[in-house]
Design a protein around this ligand. Structure first.
Ligand code: ATP
Length: 211
């Protein structure tokens, strides 16, 4: 059977249970052999003050430490410049080979901006796109992204038949947790405990992050 690998990118600033549950559920639902979380580079002017890329990576590593199902990959942080998904997928395709099924997973909030991404029309030739509906975000019905949906929409199970080329839109249950809200809670002195793994919250406190 064709090997199937999923990738879930994000700023993970900080990683929380919403991200982790979604990654795990996608791995199970899509019957992926591997699921990788990839923190993206954030330009210094957009980064949270006093939280650097290494700290975001450490939080991710702590979060998946006891989860054999989820892995992390720091390649986009190591580039130290804005990372294009196109470049990442080219690298991954070269590493995993032409036959392996690669799925790039994202929330609808990311997907609706796809036509502003570098070489966006070539992404679907490198991987399947798996899009998860998010409350407040409609499936585009007009414009270039809507056309991509018309051309490539397929059942999620199709990711097992080909290495790339399908676009699956899934209705997944999402935990109502937001990284922005977590940062605000910490800033105003409230506790975000139980919204993230305990190890991540302990690290945030020990390092004094997001104050
Ligand atoms: P913010 O809350 O500040 O918008 P975020 O968590 O959405 O942050 P990212 O870390 O970039 O920002 O999110 C990475 C991916 O995780 C995105 O594709 C986003 O759609 C998805 N995501 C974000 N929050 C959740 C959640 N609660 N449940 C499932 N997926 C989520």
């Amino acid at each position: 059977m064709r090997k199937c690998i999923g990738f879930f990118g994000g700023t993970f600033d900080p990683i929380h249970l919403g991200h982790l549950r979604l990654a795990l559920e996608l791995k199970q639902q899509l019957a992926l052999d591997e699921m990788w979380l990839l923190p993206c580079y954030i330009p210094p002017h957009r980064a949270s003050p006093a939280v650097d890329a290494q700290q975001r990576l450490t939080m991710l590593q702590l979060a998946v430490r006891d989860c054999a199902e989820l892995r992390w990959d720091a390649r986009e942080l190591q580039r130290e410049k804005p990372s294009y998904t196109y470049d990442t997928l080219r690298e991954l395709r070269a590493e995993f080979g032409a036959d392996v099924s690669l799925s790039w997973c994202m929330g609808m909030d990311s997907f609706v901006t796809l036509d502003s991404w570098h070489r966006w029309q070539e992404l679907i030739g490198l991987a399947h796109l798996v899009v998860v509906a998010r409350p407040g975000w409609e499936v585009p019905v007009v414009g270039p992204v809507a056309e991509l949906i018309v051309q490539h929409r397929a059942d999620a199970s199709d990711i097992h038949s080909t290495p790339a080329g399908s676009l699956a839109i899934l209705e997944q249950r999402l935990l109502p947790i937001s990284a922005t809200e977590i940062r605000t809670q910490i800033q105003v002195g409230e506790s975000p405990q139980f919204l993230m793994p305990d190890a991540v919250w302990s690290y945030i406190r020990a390092q004094g992050l997001y104050r």
